[in-house]
Design a protein around this ligand. Sequence first.
Ligand SMILES: [Zn+2]
Length: 172
Amino acid sequence: MKGSTRGVGAIREVAQLDREGARFFHQANLVAADPRVKYIFGRAAEEYERAAKVLTSVAGKTKRRPTVPKVFPFEDYQRLECYVCGYEAEAEELPEMCPSCGAARYAFEREMTQSAAWDLVARTTRKVSTFARKAVPRVSKEGMKAALAEAMAIRKGLLAEAKEGKAREDAS
Ligand SMILES: [Zn+2]
């Protein structure tokens, strides 16, 4: 496969960012309090997942995780605080009730407006798109170029959806 693998590294880096996007928005979806905000994060997770699949299908998976810039604010969603007593829990194992004060799971969920949620989707997606655009000249194979373009179109669609959503919320 040597010689035909030129550009694979670039594609794997972009795929890694898309996978991180899917993971981040899935996590944000889990901890969002408002079902409408959950929907927004769910949409973003879906689209990042789709883009990652397209890229992985041409570049294959790698055991070594490529180094990519930090785009998604994971740390904002990793530890959650009970708003009743301040107890901290890990987002991945959100308790059914607060082990410290007995408050319902709801006390750990994150309040966010739909406008802020769409804005988070738009900001991160713009950054990933900028990164992905720089990968294009590093890729020579047509199939890989096509996959990059397809993933770009998916992110573009998501960005348009986020911009529309934010504009709608800001106008209401
Ligand atoms: Zn508590």
